[in-house]
Design a protein around this ligand. Structure first.
Ligand code: 5GP
Ligand code: MG
Length: 172
């Protein structure tokens, strides 16, 4: 069965614009701003970054692994070395907040590396899946979504479906 659209591209576009304004306003007097972009969230990251008002903002991609193959996350978070972020106001950007382990780990690492502040931004929030050690909520969040496996707009299943324009539900 083909993936079923859940959030259409036009609605995503509108919400991403609002998130960009939110983050810009929250950082109006907090510089330098560093957007730390999780590499799997490349569609959201590219669109969000272009809605950030500050021309001085820096962008860095970070490779983070939390999933094994398929739809189940392993519970372990492995990440590569962080970029230089001492003194920076860091916004960690990911596509979806699920168990919350990824953003809890990246947030803790960014704080330990001497950032001036760390906030978090996700397009999608699946609150039903949170674990106690995970990040409870993101500072900026686009849409709350039900417990389903989502693909499209960067989200994949083993490399498939990433390029779909809509966020879709993959039925089992
Ligand atoms: P967390 O650490 O919060 O459990 O997981 C975050 C990561 O798991 C996301 O960056 C994303 O890569 C992956 N993930 C969580 N839920 C989904 C989903 O519904 N679909 C896809 N494709 N990936 C997901
Ligand atoms: Mg990811």
């Amino acid at each position: 069965m083909p993936p079923r659209p859940l959030i259409r591209a036009a609605e995503i576009r509108r919400r991403v614009r609002e998130l960009g304004r939110e983050i810009s306003a929250a950082h109006a007097d907090r510089a330098p701003l560093l957007l730390l972009l999780m590499d799997g969230a490349f569609c959201f990251a590219a669109d969000l970054a272009r809605e950030i008002a500050s021309p001085e903002a820096r962008l860095a991609f970070l490779r983070v692994r939390s999933s094994g193959a398929g739809t189940e996350s392993s519970g372990r978070v492995e990440m590569e070395a962080l970029p230089e972020l001492a003194g920076a106001h860091v916004v960690v950007v990911d596509d979806i907040l699920d168990s919350g382990r990824t953003l809890a780990a990246v947030r803790a690492a960014a704080l330990a590396a001497g950032s001036a502040s760390v906030s978090t931004c996700v397009l999608l929030d699946k609150p039903s899946r949170r674990v106690p050690e995970g990040l409870a909520r993101a500072d900026h969040s686009g849409f709350t979504v039900p417990e389903a496996f989502l693909v499209g707009y960067g989200l994949d299943l083993d490399g498939r479906w990433r390029h779909l324009r809509d966020v879709c539900v993959l039925e089992p």
